[in-house]
Design a protein around this ligand. Structure first.
Ligand code: MN
Length: 284
């Protein structure tokens, strides 16, 4: 059964960090979420004033942050002394777990800065696990070539095409996330099996696309939630299309969020605030 468009979560212009301009879809207005996805930001600008101030030191607890850089250069530093350079095409997959205090600062003063930051929830039993992260460079992200001239970058999970399985560098996460970046030339088609147990959405960032059965135009700069089914079927328009595909198993657990802390109960949030204010937030 082909999945159709179920809900559209528009990306609303906002700013975060020290004034970085971005569009927030999931997790924005009314905190509309798609379990286990908590938030999706798209940042895209050619004007350094929109991004140079970056995201100075701030905490996270209870979930994972995934940054995918389409264009630009960001430096990540955390309280453990880790330092990572996120460059064009690279991904940082950070598990905040019990707690991380980090900064995310643009390393450029001109040109385009473009990409996504996605927050994925952790199950209750993993929210207090030690923090960790993986920096994945562009050359370590496998890309499947399609016969129609398109390509599929596999960041998390697997993509199967013409009998070949392409596995992304991110594997073994409890919510079994799938993260693809699909590029299609004009009028090219794309199909992929997404098991019915997974919640899924796509976000088109270039060109135009239609999807479903029957096909329906996909709005741009919005998280487009897919309905019931086990297959995504899409077709690029006259401009071709570039879009990300995300899917994961829902957790079905209560969520209590206070900014960058996402826990299951109010007591756990109060604990996070208390830990942060009293220097007990992170494991030294
Ligand atoms: Mn952060």
């Amino acid at each position: 059964m082909i999945r159709n468009i179920q809900t559209i979560i528009p990306g609303i212009a906002t700013s975060d960090g020290a004034g970085v301009k971005l569009r927030r879809s999931i997790g924005g207005q009314n905190q509309v979420r798609l379990d286990p996805f908590l938030m999706l930001d798209e940042f895209s600008s050619n004007d350094p004033n929109d991004y140079v101030a970056g995201f100075p030191a701030h905490p996270h607890r209870g979930f994972e942050t995934v940054t995918y850089m389409l264009e630009g250069h960001m430096l990540h530093e955390d309280h453990l002394g880790n330092q990572g350079h996120l460059k064009t095409g690279g991904v940082q997959w950070m598990t905040a777990g019990r707690g991380i205090i980090h900064s995310e600062m643009p390393q450029q003063v001109s040109g385009a800065m473009r990409g996504f930051q996605l927050w994925i929830n952790l199950p209750a039993k993993e929210k207090m696990k030690p923090a960790g992260y993986q920096d994945i460079q562009v050359e370590d992200i496998p890309k499947a070539a399609l016969a129609n001239g398109g390509s599929v970058k596999v960041i998390a999970g697997t993509y199967e095409y013409d009998g070949n399985v392409t596995a992304g560098p991110i594997q073994g996460i409890t919510t079994a996330p799938l993260f693809l970046d699909v590029h299609l030339p004009p009028n090219a088609e794309f199909e992929h099996r997404i098991p019915k147990e997974l919640n899924a959405f796509i976000y088109i960032y270039e060109g135009n696309l239609e999807l479903g059965g029957p096909m329906r135009e996909v709005p741009k700069q919005a998280a487009v939630v897919l309905g019931d089914g086990d297959r995504l079927k899409a077709k690029a328009g006259a401009l071709g299309a570039q879009f990300i595909v995300l899917a994961a198993l829902p957790l079905h657990e209560p969520i209590v969020q206070y900014g960058p802390f996402v826990m299951n109960t109010r007591t756990e949030i109060e604990q996070a605030i208390d830990d942060y204010q009293n220097n007990r937030f992170v494991i030294a």
